[in-house]
Design a protein around this ligand. Structure first.
Ligand code: ADP
Length: 211
């Protein structure tokens, strides 16, 4: 059972890699940024609330984000594991997530940090601004998102280090190579912590790739 976090600064490619890794592991990828953007597009109440913060590159308030994640990870497709992309980003979110998981008798098993130097992040995001036109990819907002990452989210990663479940992965180079590095990192954390996948007879698997 893999219940993992994919952490990384804006522009690190964590969204792309999160869906690839989740597919390989047969678990669902849950991206808070994608859920918020979907709600903005559909103009739901949640979307209207979130948009005020997202456009400036600020965090959506913990209370709103935590409730949304609690609902999402309790859906049936997350029963056999999940990969959270973009959550938790604040100390309050770490505490909330621990709370929901403990209530459900669960725990995180792997935390991956995808690292990319700031100069490359800014270049990638400015480039994405031209191709995708994401509202929060302007120079000023990008810098603010990076600052928040360094000020708050890196401390979140540090808070998991003592649990022995963190691995750092170089996020530069070819996309396929990075995916391979990430998978190896997940496997090595599992091995180190004794959280090995259960290999089942053919036809009875839960989607988990036996390795
Ligand atoms: P990035 O990592 O590039 O900033 P995301 O797509 O992950 O982009 O998130 C986009 C925006 O959605 C964030 O800037 C923030 O406003 C909001 N958001 C996403 N995840 C969270 C979270 N865990 N807590 C608060 N706000 C969030």
């Amino acid at each position: 059972m893999t219940r993992m976090l994919m952490m990384g600064p804006p522009g690190s490619g964590k969204g792309t890699q999160a869906s690839r890794i989740a597919d390989k592991l047969g678990i669902v990828a849950i991206s808070t940024g994608d859920i918020f953007r979907y709600n903005v597009k559909e103009m739901t109440e949640l979307g209207k609330e979130a948009k005020k913060y997202m456009d400036n590159g600020d965090f959506v308030p913990d209370e709103v984000t935590n409730r949304m994640v609690a609902d999402r990870i309790r859906q049936s497709d997350a029963e056999h594991g999940f990969l959270l992309d973009g959550y938790p980003r604040t100390a309050g979110q770490v505490e909330a997530l621990d709370g929901f998981l403990t209530e459900d008798g669960q725990a995180l098993t792997v935390v991956i940090e995808l690292t990319v130097p700031d100069e490359e992040l800014v270049a990638r995001l400015l480039n994405r601004a031209e191709t995708d036109g994401r509202a929060d990819d302007t120079a000023e907002v990008i810098q603010h998102r990076l600052d928040l990452y360094h000020e708050q989210t890196q401390a979140v990663i540090e808070s998991y280090v003592s649990r022995g479940i963190v691995a750092r992965v170089d996020g530069t180079g070819q996309i396929d190579d990075i995916t391979e590095r990430l998978l190896q990192a997940v496997y090595s954390v599992r091995e180190r912590t004794g959280n090995l996948p259960v290999v089942q007879p053919i036809g009875q698997g839960d989607g988990e790739n036996p390795e």
